[in-house]
Design a protein around this ligand. Structure first.
Ligand code: EPZ
Length: 416
């Protein structure tokens, strides 16, 4: 298992280029199943999760080729409608093939994702929506077996906004008979990116990015030729890296309009952030001030940035309250940060972070994707050496992050 070693205390300086959004690329790859032909998706990040999704789509009988951040998906023929446990257990987002397979072939057999480190991750809302659209769904032996001659448009209300639930049902509705209305839909930029790609394939969708999305089903969709939006969580992670090292970096290829809540909180903490000629420039303060955050569905503060923000608050002036409202177990980075000298206590969904002068490097362990990113940030800020184990978590969501940080001055290397 690879490890990452960081010698902390360096102020980052220079320019970094952001890659394509993981959480947009994954649903876009699944959406290719709705068409029959050669789909080209550009600005796709070279991530483990992208390769896993590619292998799954190839398993369904499609062609998958990835080169120079472009994914080619030949979806002329689908020879299987099964997404086995082996794929789904390594990547929950595999469940995104459920809607497209059902819409394209009339059946789907997808392993229930099971939980993951950060929570139970149920998909009851995905299933509820598909049943409303006329699918017959049986859960047996850990699999969802869904059948529908042709899905019908329906009115679907989500008890709570679900990103992949909204995406699954939007894709299923694109080929359904009639109009589907998704209420209390997720508004994330990645949902909007998927809607824009589907519209480019011939789908009729209105309201993506708001909590009411209308999809008028069509009979056929043509293959996509689409470019993925920049990754807002990778962008926010580099903003955090500059903020926590009293650095001064410029960020290319970002979409600051997708990051309002996070940008506001970083500025409140003392980072000076401005946009010049399409680049974000981020100047970290000598010492951050404590800021409270509560994670919320978009456009609220992203849960995928909670761990990274906590790393910043661990050495800020004052005390910060960090409340995780989306997932029930997304504080596993706390124990690792405490090994580095952070002063954090957890009460239910809220962590109280008392800023300390500085962290001390230590051997730590990554537990999930965004926790690994938070430990990189902590290591960059800490005095001494930090070695992070189990960095395969990191590689799921960040493309060669150490190779992006090194040109900014970070003393960071991967130990095979
Ligand atoms: C997506 O996960 C993202 N993954 C996650 O990013 C992100 O943290 C999450 O949205 C929230 O923004 C992808 O897009 C591939 P949800 P998703 O359904 O869709 C509950 C990362 O680090 N819920 O929006 O699985 C659920 O338990 C990953 O890149 C139900 O109860 O999240 C959670 O509490 C981690 N029933 C809340 O809704 C359902 O049927 C939001 O989950 C579905 C969800």
């Amino acid at each position: 298992m690879d490890k990452i070693e960081i010698e902390g205390g360096v102020r980052l300086k220079g320019e970094v280029c952001i890659g394509g959004a993981k959480n947009a690329a994954l649903p876009l790859m699944a959406a290719a199943i709705l068409s029959s032909g050669e789909n080209i998706i550009k600005n796709v990040p070279g991530l483990r999760d992208v390769m896993t999704m590619g292998k799954l789509i190839a398993h369904l009988g499609c062609g998958f080729h990835f080169e120079n951040n472009q994914a080619l998906l030949q979806t002329k023929k689908i020879t299987s409608a099964d997404a086995p446990y082996d794929f789904v257990k390594t990547m929950r987002a595999s469940v995104l093939v459920l809607g497209p397979l059902l819409a394209r072939t009339g059946r789907a057999k997808v392993s229930l994702p099971g939980g993951c480190a950060i929570g139970a991750r149920p998909i009851n809302l995905h299933i509820m929506g598909l049943e409303k659209m006329g699918a017959a769904i049986v859960l047996s032996e850990g699999y969802i077996e869904a059948k529908a001659k042709r899905l019908k448009g329906a009115e679907i209300y989500f008890d709570m906004p679900t990103v992949t639930g909204t995406e699954n049902l939007m894709m299923a509705a694109a080929l359904a008979d009639g109009t589907t209305i998704l209420e209390n839909a997720a508004c994330e930029p990645e949902v909007v990116d998927l809607a824009n790609a589907l519209i480019s394939m011939g789908a009729v969708i209105e309201g993506a990015g708001t909590s009411i999305v209308r999809i008028k089903g069509v009979n056929k969709l043509r293959p996509m030729n689409y470019t993925v939006i920049p990754d807002r969580i990778e962008t926010a992670t580099f903003i955090a890296a500059s903020a926590v090292t009293n650095g001064e970096i410029r960020i290319k290829n970002s979409r600051p309009d997708n990051l309002e809540a996070v940008l506001n909180k970083m500025k409140e903490g003392g980072a000076v952030i401005s946009e010049k000629k399409g680049k974000l420039s981020v100047k970290g303060p000598a010492r951050l001030s404590s800021v409270d955050i509560k994670t919320m569905p978009y456009p609220g503060f992203a849960t995928d940035m909670q761990a990274q923000f906590m790393a910043l608050m661990s050495i800020a002036e004052g005390t910060s309250l960090i409340t995780e409202n989306i997932f029930e177990n997304r504080f596993m980075h706390v124990a690792e940060m405490k090994r580095m000298g952070a002063d954090i206590s957890i009460e239910g969904a809220t962590a109280t972070v008392r800023g300390v002068k500085s962290l001390k490097g230590a051997p730590v362990m990554a537990t999930d994707l965004r926790a690994s990113a938070s430990l990189i940030l902590a290591g960059l800020a800490a005095k001494g050496t930090t070695v992070i184990d189990r960095v395969y978590h990191l590689d799921r969501g960040y493309e060669r992050i150490e190779e992006k940080l090194r040109p900014l001055g970070a003393k960071i290397r991967r130990i095979k």
